[in-house]
Every structure is written in structure tokens, then in C-alpha cells.
Design a protein around this ligand. Structure first.
Ligand code: F6P
Length: 329
């Protein structure tokens, strides 16, 4: 077992519920084992500028139930340039860090790989509401975001039902549809539109709504992943094609906030502990991942360019469930 004295932690990219519980787990575990933790602010920008603060137990009190990240986060364009990455690597040496834990999504992991090439040991922890990283079955924040979306759709259902409208709901996910599919099937949506699937508007949307209307359904929920296009355009087309009054709701950044769910807290806690163990076990830069439902790890350099495929079985199930039976009277 390697002895480590001091590690740095940063959060980067879009914030995700679960980041704070990971930070807490890292600090609590490290401090108990005599390792000091340096919090790096605003992701890689903090490494470039040396914007850091030691994190003690008191700093992470109550973080299990806090969304966002106490370390702040940013998307750091400077880090794309080699000279700034070298500056960041020098900061690590100057601070006497044995390594860095980088918490975030795809962009964060790409930055982590580049930093590791400069001789800094980096451990990546996947966190993004998009759940779009090919290296892991789960990214922190996804479960909380799905629950936030469900909560919003449940409320939209009340007003949609009362006005006998179509509720078109745009959810995040960047270029991926995992968030839309999971929340859409959970919400019992009439149609779910995803960037990974070709959309035949007449067949997949208009006809499904028309069929439901003929059978007496008075309201419909259509979930659209942001990667498909503007929900406003689809809303207009739905109203024109079906003659049913339609309203659009873009959920936006509300999806990134909120109290982390049990899954995000428990997974985050385990990932934090695993990250510390990786430093003790050797010098290799690695990614903490979920594989076969359990916490595992893999070489960090293997994580880049892995694209997470859409769960086709879930998509087919979502389409096979007949949402038009309901006589909404
Ligand atoms: O990656 C997380 C995410 O919330 C995406 O779903 C969304 O497309 C993007 O971040 C928004 O990024 P920004 O915070 O830079 O507007």
C-alpha cells in the first residue's frame, strides 16, 4: 500500500446532485486516515490559478443533502491549451499533491486524461445528470434529475388534464436521450423523442395522440430530449396536426438542482471512498465506475471516446405500453 499525504479535489462541467456527497465522503474518509484534502475551486480553472482551500470535516457537514457543489464548477476553455495544462500540473507539484480527484462528466474526464499525461495521478468520478458516459452504467445526479423531472411532469399532468391539452416537456441531456427516456417511461408519457432515434412525426407523435383522442384520452404528455430540437417547434406541429391545444414547458436548469436522492448519496459516498483507495493501491490514473451494478474502476485513458448506447429494450418497452386506454372523464 502506498502512503498518501495530500490530495486535491475538483468538480468541473455542469453541476450534478451527488457532487457534494462525494466531496463529503472523500474528506471524511481522508481526514480519518491522516490525509489532507485540498479543495480546488471552479474546476480546472482553480488548478491553473491556484484557487484552493483545505477542506476539513467541518467544511463538509451536512453535505449529503445538498445539491450543487461547494467547490463551484466551471467549463474551463483555457484547459484545452497545453500551456495552461502545464501550469495546472505545476500547481499540483507546488501544492505537494499526491493526486487529483476530478468529479464531472465527459469533458472533465478528457481534461483528467490530459493532466495525467503530465505526470499527475488523476482519479475521475463520473457525475452528470445526462448519464451519457460510455465507461460507466451510472453517473451521479441522474437519479435525482429523473425524480425532479417526474415531479414536474406530475404537476403538468394536473393542469394538462384540467385543460385537456397536450403537455410538451423538454428535458436536458445534451446530445443523449437517457434522461428523457428514463423519465419518460417512468412518467407514462404518450411519446418520447430522443436524438438516438429517427423521429417520424406523423407515426410516432401525431398518430399516437390522435389514436388516444379517439379512444377518449383527453390529455397527453410528450417528452422531448433537448438533443432532438426545439420543443416549441414540436408543440406547434402537434397542435397543427392534431387540433388539440398544446403547451410547452422547458424544464431547464431546475433539473440540475435539488436534494440528492438516496441513490446519488449512497453511490457518491462509495465512489469517494473507492477513489481514495485507488491512490493507495498504486500510481495509475483511473476512473471510478459502476459495472454490473457495483462500484469498480478502470484505466482513465480507456474512458475517452466511449459512447453510451441507448437502452433499446427500455425504448421498445416505452413504445409498447399503450397509453391511450385511459378514459379521462
Ligand atoms: O451536461 C449537463 C447539462 O445539464 C446538459 O444536460 C445540458 O445540455 C448542459 O449541461 C447545459 O450546460 P450549461 O450549464 O453550460 O448551460
Amino acid at each position: 500500500m502506498k502512503t498518501i499525504k495530500r490530495i486535491g479535489v475538483l468538480t468541473s462541467g455542469g453541476d450534478a446532485p451527488g457532487m457534494n456527497p462525494v466531496i463529503r465522503a472523500i474528506v471524511r474518509t481522508a481526514v480519518a486516515e491522516g490525509i489532507s484534502v485540498i479543495g480546488i475551486k471552479r474546476g480546472y480553472a482553480g488548478l491553473i490559478n491556484g484557487d484552493v482551500q483545505e477542506l476539513k470535516n467541518a467544511d463538509v457537514d451536512g453535505l449529503t443533502l445538498k445539491g450543487g457543489t461547494i467547490l463551484y464548477t466551471a467549463r474551463c476553455d483555457e484547459f484545452l491549451q497545453p500551456e495552461y495544462r502545464e501550469k495546472a500540473a505545476k500547481t499540483c507539484k507546488y501544492l505537494g499533491l499526491d493526486g487529483i480527484i476530478a468529479i464531472g462528466g465527459d469533458g472533465t474526464f478528457k481534461g483528467a486524461v490530459e493532466l495525467s499525461k503530465l505526470g499527475v495521478q488523476v482519479v475521475g468520478i463520473p457525475a452528470t445528470i445526462d448519464n451519457d458516459m460510455g465507461c460507466t452504467e451510472y453517473t451521479l445526479g441522474f437519479d435525482t434529475a429523473c425524480n425532479t423531472i417526474l415531479d414536474a411532469i406530475d404537476k403538468l399532468r394536473d393542469t394538462g388534464q384540467s385543460h385537456e391539452r397536450v403537455s410538451v416537456v423538454e428535458v436536458m441531456g445534451r446530445h443523449a436521450g437517457h434522461l428523457a427516456l428514463y423519465s419518460g417511461i417512468a412518467a407514462g408519457a404518450t411519446a418520447v423523442l430522443l436524438p438516438e432515434q429517427d423521429v417520424d412525426f406523423e407515426h410516432d407523435v401525431a398518430d399516437v395522440i390522435r389514436r388516444g383522442a379517439i379512444r377518449g384520452r383527453r390529455h397527453h404528455i410528450v417528452v422531448i430530449a433537448e438533443g432532438v430540437g426545439h420543443a416549441t417547434d414540436y408543440c406547434r406541429r402537434i397542435e397543427e396536426a392534431t387540433g388539440i391545444e398544446s403547451r410547452v414547458t422547458v424544464l431547464g436548469y431546475i433539473q440540475r438542482g435539488g436534494v440528492p436522492s438516496a441513490r446519488d448519496r449512497a453511490t457518491g459516498a462509495q465512489m469517494g471512498v473507492r477513489a481514495l483507495d485507488i491512490f493507495k493501491e498504486g500510481d495509475e490514473s483511473k476512473a471510478v465506475i459502476v459495472k454490473g451494478g457495483v462500484i469498480d474502476d478502470m484505466p482513465l485513458s480507456d474512458t475517452t471516446d466511449m459512447k453510451r448506447a441507448l437502452d433499446q429494450t427500455m425504448f421498445e418497452s416505452c413504445n409498447r405500453i399503450d397509453t391511450s386506454w385511459y378514459w379521462d372523464k
